[in-house]
Write a protein that binds this ligand. Sequence first.
Ligand code: AMP
Ligand code: MG
Length: 326
Amino acid sequence: MGSVRQASEPGAIAEAAGILRRGGLVAFPTETVYGLGADATDDRAVARVFAAKNRPEFNPLIVHVLDIAAARRLVEWTGEAQALAERFWPGPLSLVLPRLPDCPVSGLAGAGLPTLAVRAPRGAAARALLERTGRPVAAPSANPAGAVSPTRAEHVLDALGDAVDLVLDDGPCAVGIESTVVDLSGETPALLRPGGLPAEEIEALTGPLARPGDPDTPRSPGQIASHYAPALPLRIGSGAPESGEALLSFGPDAPSGAAVERNLSPSGDPVEAAANLFAALHDLDRSGCTGIVAMPVPETGVGRAIMDRLCRAAAPRPLVDPPDRN
Ligand code: AMP
Ligand code: MG
């Protein structure tokens, strides 16, 4: 079992950076979710991340960097990347760009693709860790492939405690939902995954983004139907819960009668709901209920990312444990 340290404890960041530099795995908090970090330039460390998560090797990892200067050492930077990063980094925005010919990042981290997703996270612990490590850090969400993402250290310990060398605990994640992924490697910028940064805010700078499902939008490897799934079956519905069902509610007008209920935001605030989403799903999963019914959330701003995650959590699950979920 990996150990846990408070990120604010003296020496904790230095210890975590040392583990990363020696090829170990460190789970660490970012403003989105807890990541399972490895030195992105170390093939063996990156391979351990895929193994720990049981993640298929065609599903590329996001590479975390401290700032624009560090990103520019990895990918072919563009004017659009500069404008977006100046505005939104550090923050929940991952940019997909062509790898530089001498990019030091492990090919496995990028799933062998000619492009790489890079992001500068906002969380203080993540930034201190990146600075101290002095290397790009590949980090997918610290959960088994296909399962609910972790927004607290205990979620990581429960699911992946044996696979990590250290969990840095810095409390709950502020944003609570994964980064928005934008592909800048093609002719038109494309939204590959809705996330913590609302697409509207990006479009104010870039103009309309191509969307998943548009004829010319590249498909994002890894964005597959069943994902973010709790162990219990989950359905989306606004009516009363059925007998034995737990209720994941939103807003002031939730139906009554659920055996167990978690309200993502009693005031109906999607930002608060995103921050609470995964912790609520982890809780309801352990509630002893037979299933979960989730109320729909309005699809504006980060609400779109919440509905993306709920729809994938509700999607039919593969019969056997598939090799194709992250
Ligand atoms: P996760 O690490 O679980 O947050 O997932 C990262 C997601 O980012 C992947 O599943 C892909 O959808 C996307 N991604 C990462 N790298 C690339 C890339 N080079 N091209 C397109 N999408 C990417
Ligand atoms: Mg993930």
